[in-house]
Ligand binder design. Structure first.
Ligand SMILES: [Zn+2]
Length: 598
């Protein structure tokens, strides 16, 4: 039976191009998952967009001498280029700076407010004495009041991990110009998180299928909840729909609050664009629908605690009760799928330290599927993982090119040269049936892994079929059977059938190569649809708006073994994957920022 599956993908912050650490956390895993779910016939809605508000955007715009609007217009396009280049099959990739997003954020807030889950509170806000402007928390540095770490940030101490208030820092100073900030009283809105501790615990008790580290981490967070600010003194963001706040020049929602609401607002925008404005409800209202959230581990808090609390508050289902808001009773996450970090020389990718490999540079040199393969097979699924050029070159050459590319190439070439079409299997032997049974059985094992976001195990099982097919060819040696064409053709037919099966199994991981293999096997039409950029008109805020979308519902690859038609014409294929120069493994490409040993 067809199920409704929401794939909610973390929103990249619109302050620069993406690096390969970002896309290994949220991008490639969510796309592999969505492509698999579509192939088994589920109704998938995969949504995300660029996160465009908040103080870091404003500070960066100041530094570049431009406006926040110009900055996010530029980087939302750059990020779209990265994601479309990787072939990430978003149903909608939009932006938070649209009218629609602002409206949905305000509606959700209104429900929280009416149900009594938002508390006004007078706090101390930092002001820069030289400019008179609000100084954002993360641009204040000082001594941690808990562990005495000298470089704690205003919002959090990176040493002890505690959330902080900038007014509590010892010897506070501006990270922008070093001056001492002034603190003045200012009113903010707080989400009353302690009022969700019972309901969040009850909900987490039902999340038995989560990865244990995510579940335990989330439980610990709930035991220590404090009210959290959802407003800021800033003039770039979503306005607060309350009397006295609505027109205030320096009051907006805190960027974390509006960003998590993006999953919902993007679903609403997708529905409006589809021509059925209520279509989003099948993913958000139907209790049978499921919702999978993909992100890096630094974002777990927002998806396993904050966003569920907002949803419970909207639904009137927090510890204080209430009634559902305008948008109705909304589904909570089915699962929070988080990745660990991709590192380089043991450290997180860091733009400021220059240890960074940008997606755009990578794609220009190596194309999308080599990166997708590397992330799936060697990425940070369960632990922090170091990226090295040596391993990238080794995986590309020995696994993609030698194992998979070579299997496709020699099977199709031999059949094309000797027969010119898919040959007929007239002389079967037990070895053929054994290999075919193995490749058919892989659909359920690989599928089970993919359904549980176990990508490494899934691609490992798929590549095992490729390995078995190569061993079969080496053993059966069809190239030595000139005098026995019936047996030779049977072997080639078996090999082509297994190439087709393996190609189906690898389609979620390698959609670009899968389309080429489909064509090499004589297939026509779209096998694995790709996203494209589309002009979506106005944002409603005085700027034009483009989105990523695609048609993934047409006649395409299905998750099943289908018989390859005997007699279908074949021609000699072009190689699937180019082998890389092994010297690249020692030095990296010329544009790579850090060389091994530096
Ligand atoms: Zn500390």
């Amino acid at each position: 039976m067809s199920e409704s599956v929401l794939t909610a993908v973390a929103w990249p912050y619109a302050n620069g191009p993406r690096h390969i650490g970002h896309v290994s956390g949220f991008g490639v895993p969510s796309d592999v998952f969505s492509r698999y779910q579509r192939m088994v016939g589920n109704r998938v809605l995969m949504v995300s967009g660029t996160d465009e508000h908040g103080t870091p955007i404003q500070v960066q715009a100041d530094a570049e001498g431009t406006t926040p609007r110009e900055l996010v217009d530029r980087y939302s396009r750059v990020i779209q280029d990265d994601l479309v280049g990787l072939g990430l099959s978003y149903d909608l990739f939009t932006r938070t700076s649209t009218d629609n997003h602002h409206r949905v954020t305000q509606e959700l807030f209104t429900a929280l407010w009416r149900n009594g889950y938002v508390l006004p509170e007078t706090t101390l806000g930092a002001i820069s004495p030289s400019t008179g402007r609000t100084l954002p928390d993360r641009y204040i540095e000082g001594i941690c009041p808990i562990c005495n770490y000298p470089q704690a940030r205003g919002d959090q101490c990176d040493n002890c991990g505690n959330q902080l208030d900038p007014a509590d820092l010892g010897e506070p100073r501006s990270r922008i110009n070093g001056e001492t900030p002034e603190f003045r009283e200012t009113e903010q809105l707080m989400l009353d998180l302690p009022a969700f501790s019972q309901s969040l615990h009850r909900w987490l008790d039902t999340r038995t299928q989560w990865r244990p580290n995510v579940l335990n981490f989330s439980r610990n967070l709930i035991d220590d909840l404090r009210p959290r600010a959802i407003s800021r003194d800033i003039d770039w963001g979503v306005r607060i729909p309350l009397d006295g706040w609505r027109d205030a020049p320096m009051k907006r929602f805190y960027v974390w609050f509006d960003a998590v609401i993006g999953y919902l607002s993007a679903s609403v925008e997708w529905a409006e664009r589809s021509g059925d404005k209520d279509a989003w409800k099948q993913w958000w209202h139907d209790p049978e629908a499921s919702a999978y959230y993909f992100m890096g581990k630094d974002n777990i808090t927002f998806h396993s605690v904050m966003w569920p609390a907002i949803l419970l508050g909207n639904n009137g289902a927090g510890d204080r009760g209430g009634s559902p808001g305008e948008l109705g009773t909304l589904n909570l996450p089915t699962e929070v799928v988080s990745s660990e970090f991709l590192t380089m020389s043991g450290s997180k990718f860091s733009t400021s330290r220059g240890t960074v490999i940008y997606v755009g540079d990578f794609l220009r040199e190596f194309g999308p599927d080599a990166l997708r393969y590397f992330i799936a097979v060697a990425g940070p699924e369960n632990q922090d993982t170091d990226f090295t050029w040596e391993e990238f070159v080794r995986r590309t050459n020995f696994e993609l090119a030698n194992e998979w590319g070579n299997l496709v190439n020699r099977s199709v070439s031999m059949a094309a040269k000797n027969v010119g079409s898919v040959p007929e299997p007239t002389r079967p032997e037990p070895a053929d049936a054994e290999l075919l049974a193995q490749s058919r059985a892989a659909f359920s094992t690989v599928g089970a892994h993919l359904g549980h976001s176990r990508f490494k195990q899934a691609i490992g099982e798929a590549m095992r079929v490729v390995g078995a097919a190569n061993a079969y060819l080496s053993h059966e040696e069809p190239w030595k059977r000139k005098d026995d064409p019936e047996r030779r053709d049977t072997i080639l037919h078996t090999a082509l059938q297994v190439v087709q099966d393996a190609n189906t199994l690898l389609t979620p991981f390698l959609p670009h190569a899968a389309q080429k293999v489909h064509e090499a096997l004589g297939g026509t039409g779209v096998w694995a649809a790709q996203p494209h950029r589309e002009d979506a008109g106005e944002t409603g805020m005085g700027t034009t708006h483009s989105v990523l979308t695609g048609d993934y519902a047409g006649e395409q690859a299905r998750w099943e073994s289908t018989p390859i038609p005997v007699g279908r014409p074949l021609s000699r294929p072009t190689p699937l994957f180019a082998k890389l120069d092994t010297a690249l493994g020692e030095t990296g490409p010329s544009w790579a920022p850090i060389k091994p040993g530096e």
